[in-house]
Design a protein around this ligand. Sequence first.
Ligand code: GZL
Length: 338
Amino acid sequence: MKTTNFTKRMFAAGAAGIMALSLTACGGGDSGGGDAGAGGDSGGGDGDLISVGFSQVGAESGWRAANTKSIQDTLTEENGFDLSFSDAQQKQENQIQAIRSYIAQGVDVIAFSPVVESGWDAVLEEAKAADIPVVLTDRSVDSQDETLYESFIGSDFVLEGETAGKWVVDNLGSEPLNVVELQGTTGAAPAVDRKAGFESAIEGNPNIKIIASQTGNFTRTEGRQVMEGFLQANPDIDLVYAHNDDMGLGAIEAIEAAGLQPGVDIKIVTIDAVKDGMQALVDGKINYIVECNPLLGPDLADIIKDVVAGNPVEKRIVVEDKAFDQAAAAEALPTREY
Ligand code: GZL
């Protein structure tokens, strides 16, 4: 799947309207020098490389691996970038430390995926004071001051949760349904929003009840461990709603270890649509997956070049996600990029 074919739904800062623009409109700027107020030299001018400091959440899931690959494969020297990349091992203090080191280096642009929504204002103020623009990818922050970052690009996590919940209502909502929820990392935007979206989709259906909900921190191991606890405490679980494929795959291991059939005795709905999740869907162990597109590298490169060139960029760029049942997964899997 190529993000370049995606129509981008763009949300202007604060405006209610949604503009659908093609990718070229988003990435119109070339790498011309223009002083966009970037720290250090203006970067990107006439053969200069644009120095980018990127702080990644970690390496917790298949989705994260695909996202990291997309960024590292795109922000290359041949594409005009000098990339410094750091893995925060899912710790906010490591991201803050990395951002401060990028400020000290005087990079042209800082980009990062914030592991949680809160606690960023101070370090973002430091980047602003150093005149280094910041671009958010994948996850956003809850800062009230939107001047602290130039743009956010990523998925609509509330919509992902709503899409998952709607499938459950439409396909399983006619009878009593006990749901256990494997939440993502506590305080992370995808965890907060996927929970909210799912709850909003099921709230009108009296049959569907979330009987247990706990974080599995987006990892397969913790997803399995939490599911083991759910199974011991709840004899009649009908469905697992996991905020990502990796926790869903961990739940499969726990369900099978308990002598039950995942996808049959206990249905499973997840979000991401990485290869391992899609294979489990084809195998009938997962019942439905909502995609979350990790291939953000090309769009990030365009936004960075626009920022350095002084071109206007949208405050929020939402990438389009699909959803898959078993038949759609069987069709998509052979040519899937991640
Ligand atoms: C979503 C991303 C989430 C994925 C998980 O954009 O932040 O983090 O859904 C990953 O797989 O760990």
